[in-house]
Structures are given as structure tokens and as C-alpha cells.
Design a protein around this ligand. Structure first.
Ligand SMILES: *Cc1c(COP(=O)(O)O)cnc(C)c1O
Length: 370
């Protein structure tokens, strides 16, 4: 089945009852007289009906053996890292999500994890960085906000030869446009806060595994013991979001590409970054590895940092806000959000395209760029 079709049908809580399913907020469930639990649920940090339904839906969407849901994307990432051991080394995409890199280097660094930021798309650098100590490669493709791609199949092959596992942050591409497990990855991570939820009204995260192996057992243990599990309400909202994922992305993707083309031709813009543009350095890889592009576009403003910042203050439709994946178009000066250690160019604006009509978005950017 097409991913759009699977997304519509995957999230039903109870196929034989109402289409929307129910929200089951209970934290505790009654034991039978023989001490067992009817549906296998005892206490909701361990497992709960809405979370189980969402986990099954996400495993199906990513083509995985199992999925685990968390209270945020970083909660998911923390469980994947906590399932490693002190002294293990993680190689992470050098321009991956900023707070994720901080989680690895700073917080888990204090627990003895070694995190090295490497351009994983550069095969020579990757070969040089892999060692017997490397246990996990954390790949973000497309990266954000530079929207560079990494060849998942090539990285998986190199990692597996060196005895390391590969996790792919699939938040930007979504399961509609990219299937990392089919390309050889061992684990997929999502911030459901973005496209999966799709309405800027919840935090959520998940991990999907290709196999039920020892690493997955430790991840499940971390999910329960770290306790960053999602509420029944949020699981239900994400399941609802999945049902419109394909339709939302089709619209956001088409608008983003048309907008990127218009901005690339605008003389106030030094560069438009979007993998669907023929000028993008990873355009050919994108065509091979993905079925489409998200609603993210980054632009570099020719007149520099101050002009870029001024544009974020002048937009009327684009909201100057962080995050992406919702119905409202957003604009953000990433370098100032990421702080002094940011590698993001200071004339770069990231646009998250929402569900508005393109002519209104273009008119808004035209006046904002001055
Ligand atoms: C937002 C985001 C995260 C973190 O997810 P939260 O839900 O904010 O914890 C991780 N990776 C990517 C690519 C993201 O965009």
C-alpha cells in the first residue's frame, strides 16, 4: 500500500468500533482474580492502550518490527542513548538538530558517552572516524536548517562493516517521503511534535526498530525506567495527525518547492536551499533516496544578517517562531536561536511552509524582504 493509505488507516484504536477510537487515560488497570491483566495493561508508564495503538501504527508506517513512543523527540533520543554503555562512541551528523547534539555531548558526555560530530555524508571522513569503539551512527537527513542529505544505504553499509548500528532522525522527511529501515538503517527516530502531530499542539517522539534485538530490549527498558512516556491524549492526537499526514505533506511540499523556485530567482536572495531544486548539491541523491520533500526551505539573504532579522519582524502571515510541520507558516533566524556555537550562516532564514495559499505567502515574503 502507498504510505498515504497506510497513514490514514494505521492509527485506528479499535477497528471494530468508532472510527476515531477513544482516549483511555487510565494510569492503572484492574487485575483479574488469577492475577493476570485482561488486555496486558497494568500501569500506563509501562504500556497503555493509546500508546500501544500509536506504536503499532508507527511500526507499520516505517516498516519496522516494533516502535516505542515518548513524551518528546528528545525523550526518544535520550532512550536510544541511555541504551548504550559508558565509553561507547556515537558519530552524529555535524549539522544535526542542535539540542540533540547537546544532549549527546554535554549531558550524556558527563555519563561517559563519547559523541563525535562528523560530516557523515563525506565517505572519507566517515571511514576515518569509524573505530572499534563506535557503536552508533546518528544520521539526520535531510539535516536542518541546511537541508543537506546523507546517503543512508552507503552509511549503513560502512557502519555495519565496522560493527556499528545506524539510527536515522526521520523527522524532516517523514515516513511518507523516506523509509530509512528499507535502506538498511537499524533504528528510526521522530519528533512527532513536527509533521506527525502536524498542528503545533503537542510534543511527542518515537523510535522504530528494524529488529527486536538486545539494543531494542534496552531501549524498551529505558522507555519505562526513564519515564518520558506520552499521555493518552497526546498519543490519540498523534494518531489523528497521521490520518492527514499524506495530504498535509503533499500540499506543504508542493508549496515549498514552488516558493523555493520563486525565491531562488529573487535578486534579494543569495541562495535558496531545498533538495528539490536542481541547484541543490544533493538533488540527485534526494531523487534516489526520497519520494518527496518536506515543507522546509532555507534562504540566505543577500544583504546579510541585519536584513534577514528585519525580514522576520516584517512578515504578517509567516509567524516568527521556532519548530515546523504545523498549518501555519513560520520564519526563523536560526543562528540567533542556536546561540554562539551555531554553525548556521547568519544570513540564513528557515521557512516552514504551512497550509496557506502560495500567492499569499509569496506576497508576504515579497514585502518582508523590503
Ligand atoms: C524538533 C526536533 C527534534 C527534537 O524533538 P522535540 O519533540 O522538540 O523534543 C529532534 N530532531 C529534529 C530533526 C527536530 O526537528
Amino acid at each position: 500500500m502507498h504510505p498515504d493509505t497506510r497513514a490514514v488507516h494505521a492509527g485506528r484504536l479499535s477497528p471494530e468500533r468508532g472510527l476515531a477510537g477513544g482516549i483511555e487515560p487510565s494510569t492503572t488497570f484492574a487485575r483479574r482474580d488469577d492475577g493476570t491483566y485482561g488486555d496486558g495493561f497494568s500501569y500506563s508508564r509501562e504500556a497503555a492502550p493509546n500508546r500501544a495503538a500509536l506504536e503499532a501504527a508507527l511500526a507499520a508506517l516505517e516498516g519496522g518490527a516494533d516502535a516505542a513512543c515518548f513524551a518528546s523527540g528528545l525523550g526518544a533520543m535520550a532512550a536510544a542513548l541511555a541504551a548504550l554503555a559508558p565509553g561507547d562512541e556515537v558519530l552524529v551528523t555535524h549539522d544535526a538538530y542542535y539540542s540533540g547534539r547537546r544532549l549527546m555531548s554535554e549531558l550524556f558526555g558527563r555519563w561517559g558517552l563519547r559523541a563525535r560530530q562528523v560530516d557523515l555524508a563525506d565517505r572519507a571522513r566517515l571511514a576515518e572516524a569509524l573505530s572499534a569503539r563506535t557503536k552508533l551512527l546518528w544520521v539526520e537527513t535531510p539535516s536542518n536548517p541546511m537541508l543537506r542529505l546523507t546517503d543512508i544505504a552507503a552509511v549503513a553499509e560502512a557502519a555495519h562493516r565496522a560493527g556499528a548500528l545506524v539510527a536515522v532522525d526521520n523527522t524532516t522527511a517523514t515516513p511518507v517521503f523516506q523509509s530509512p529501515l528499507a535502506l538498511g538503517a537499524d533504528l528510526v527516530m521522530h519528533s512527532a511534535t513536527k509533521y506527525l502531530g502536524g498542528h503545533s499542539d503537542l510534543l511527542g517522539g518515537c523510535l522504530v526498530t528494524a529488529r527486536r534485538n538486545d539494543y531494542w530490549t534496552r531501549i524498551r527498558e529505558a522507555q519505562t525506567l526513564l519515564g518520558a512516556t506520552p499521555s493518552a491524549q497526546d498519543c490519540w492526537l498523534i494518531s489523528r495527525g497521521l490520518q492527514t499526514l499524506g495530504a498535509r505533506l503533499a500540499r506543504q511540499s508542493a508549496t515549498a518547492l514552488a516558493l523555493a523556485k520563486a525565491l531562488e530567482a529573487d535578486k534579494r536572495v543569495a541562495a535558496a536551499l531545498h533538495p528539490g531544486l536542481a541547484s541543490h548539491p544533493d538533488h540527485a541523491l534526494a531523487a534516489r533516496q526520497t519520494r518527496g520533500h518536506s515543507g522546509l526551505v532555507s534562504i540566505r539573504v543577500k544583504a546579510g544578517r541585519e536584513a534577514a532579522l528585519a525580514a522576520t519582524r516584517r512578515t504578517r502571515l509567516f509567524v516568527n517562531a521556532t519548530s515546523f510541520g504545523g498549518p501555519h507558516s513560520l520564519i526563523e533566524h536560526r543562528a540567533s536561536v542556536e546561540g554562539p556555537h551555531s554553525r548556521t550562516p547568519d544570513n540564513l532564514l528557515r521557512l516552514s511552509i504551512g497550509l496557506e495559499a502560495i500567492e499569499d505567502l509569496l506576497a508576504d515574503l515579497d514585502q518582508a524582504l523590503g
